[in-house]
Design a protein around this ligand. Structure first.
Ligand code: ZN
Length: 384
């Protein structure tokens, strides 16, 4: 048996195994190498390991490792991919750990390959015989782009743990809520023509002007009708993000499109928001038949809420010494939660370092993270 790496060496190997996901194909990489690395480690620890190819991706895989048997148990989950990096703004090689100033620098150290180095250490020495309930490790693909890995994983419903921790960087604060996200393109098909003969064309920009008027009313309405005081921005948001239309001052604009994003509060479904959008645009769609359409730009990600009171959340608060909170970014939590488990997002490192040049994990996180993971495993999986 090969020697299993210690924390620093494990982190080094994880960071040295590039797994960038991006909607731009020149950046997008497969993640099989890192999945195989994790498989080797957890197999050595006696876990049964299942590697699943994620359909409709460019050669991406999920890994599920399981120790012990029976119902319930604990799931430690995270994504195996990272975002691309800006070479000019990194002071060191993003794929090589730089241990400096009490920090480990490297792409994915805090978001969130580093989490698996912690999990590996926490699992050392465990045997199936010691467990009353199973311990699962899940590493997903393409979280940073489409969340295809998590979407695919929950479709199969391979297990139903009692509780799940997603180790995204939260400074070890238990996160129990975030907003959902969806983006749409609204397109107006007009009819172009010479500007001197307005009656011969249909100006798409003029119709878009009316659409924007309606959207601004919807935006106000959302802020009035829905409030969740757990968030800094307490209402669902609607942002007009990009607009394009026309080509020349002397032509009637034949086509115009507007990209918007909406962020829903927990409790609102995608269907609910889409309905509101459709209702808002309905009078205009009737006035200008077949000229207004809207399409999803990216797959939407749902909002997330772990309902309170929850024994699991209280336990996480006690271990971490932090009160649970809501955050503004999206995670895989709403998917993992569909397994039927109590779910929180809690991991080492700060989201401020994620997706940034010179991403790092502070040494000060190590002991605390290891202690929390060990206690979680002990509480939810180990025999008394
Ligand atoms: Zn992440």
């Amino acid at each position: 048996m090969n020697q299993l790496p210690g924390f620093t060496d494990a982190l080094k190997q994880l960071i040295a195994s590039p797994s960038i996901s991006s909607t731009q194909t020149r950046w997008d990489q497969g993640n099989l190498a890192i999945i195989q690395l994790l498989a080797t480690w957890f197999e050595q620890l006696g876990f049964s390991v299942d590697i699943q190819k994620v359909p409709q991706t460019r050669d991406k895989y999920n890994l599920l490792a399981k120790l012990g048997s029976g119902e319930g148990g604990l799931l430690l989950a995270g994504h195996s991919d990272t975002v691309p990096f800006d070479e000019n703004r990194w002071h060191s090689d993003p794929h090589k750990i730089l241990n400096k100033d009490d920090r480990f620098y490297g792409l994915g150290t805090c978001d969130m390959k580093g989490f698996f180095a912690f999990v590996l250490q926490a699992c050392k020495g465990l045997t199936a015989k010691q467990l009353k309930k199973p311990l699962y490790i899940l590493a997903t693909a393409d979280e940073e782009t489409t969340m295809a890995g998590a979407r695919f994983f929950i479709k199969k419903q391979l297990m139903k743990p009692d509780v799940a921790i997603i180790g995204e960087p939260t400074n070890l604060v238990p996160v129990i809520m975030h907003k959902g996200h969806m983006s749409h393109r609204i397109s107006i098909q007009g009819k172009s023509g010479h500007s001197s003969k307005p009656s011969l064309g249909v100006n798409a920009i003029e119709i878009m002007h009316l659409v924007i008027g309606k959207l601004l009313v919807l935006k106000e309405q959302l802020a009035k009708d829905f409030v969740n005081k757990s968030f800094d921005v307490t209402a669902p948001t609607l942002n007009l993000g990009a607009i394009k239309g026309g080509d020349n001052a002397n032509r009637i604009c034949g086509h115009c499109e507007l990209d918007i994003d909406m962020r829903s509060l927990p409790g609102m479904t995608d269907a609910h928001l889409i309905n509101l959008l459709a209702e808002t645009l309905k009078p205009l769609a009737e006035k200008f038949p077949h000229r207004i359409s809207f399409d999803e730009l990216h797959p939407s990600s749902p909002s997330f809420e772990q309902k309170q009171p929850s024994e699991f959340v209280s336990f996480a608060e006690e271990l971490s010494g932090h009160q649970c909170c809501a955050v503004n970014y999206a995670t895989e939590a709403p998917y993992i939660q569909q397994l039927g488990c109590q779910t929180i997002v809690m991991g080492p490192g700060s989201i401020d370092q994620a997706h940034q040049p010179n991403e790092y994990l502070a040494h000060s996180e190590i002991q605390k993270t290891e202690a929390i993971l060990l206690k979680m495993i002990q509480h939810y999986c180990l025999k008394a």
